[in-house]
Design a binder for this molecule. Structure first.
Ligand code: SF4
Length: 66
């Protein structure tokens, strides 16, 4: 599996749902918004940078650190 440029919305949602580093940008900015109300996706993560994240590919391909 290789995803080079723009990951799909589905991929970003999947990755964010399993990513240990996911942190909602909106929740980080506003404590009054509950995390459950957000759509979880890399797009909303504080680590997402210009369509990239250093660990995105690793999460997408399924890292197992246990
Ligand atoms: S942007 Fe990076 S840190 Fe954030 S959920 Fe996606 S892969 Fe994880």
């Amino acid at each position: 599996m290789e995803y080079n440029d723009s990951p799909s919305m589905e991929q970003k949602r999947y990755v964010a749902s399993v990513c240990p580093e996911y942190r909602s940008r909106v929740v980080a900015l506003s404590e009054s918004i509950a995390e459950e109300e957000q759509m979880i996706s890399c797009d909303g993560c504080i680590h997402w940078n210009n369509g990239r994240c250093v660990i995105f590919d690793e999460v997408l391909t399924g890292i197992d650190q246990t």
